[in-house]
Design a protein around this ligand. Sequence first.
Ligand code: ZN
Length: 146
Amino acid sequence: MGLFDRMTDIGKGASEKVANISEVNNLKRKILYEEERIVEIFADLGKKYYKNPDEDPAVFRALCDDIDARRRRIKKMKFELNTLRGYKMCPKCDAENTEKNIFCGVCGARLPDPEDEDFTSLEENDYYTESSNQFFNADSTGNIGL
Ligand SMILES: [Zn+2]
């Protein structure tokens, strides 16, 4: 292999890395956007209820569905993000497993696979968002630490 070949090889690797980084940043931005929207919808939900608790339940339902749709989108994007970084995160113990693993090397739980039918189902313990976490935590414990 000549020097020139080696150099172009290095160049190729670098541009792939750059593409990877911009893809990662792109996903991070999209996840952040969805997280911010979820917080806004939560606030909207509260305001609507405060103004008129007797509002048509379908109005509240639609907002809840919107939150769920965004949480599913975030779940998928976080999975893609981890895949780009070369690992699968265990949904049970948060261990980082290699992409090829089907089961967690630490706790043995089945690792998520986007091909699964229930991949985008929202489990109780699915915490996707930094900022909206506090809302989900408040839900599950009934205690918001006031
Ligand atoms: Zn695990």
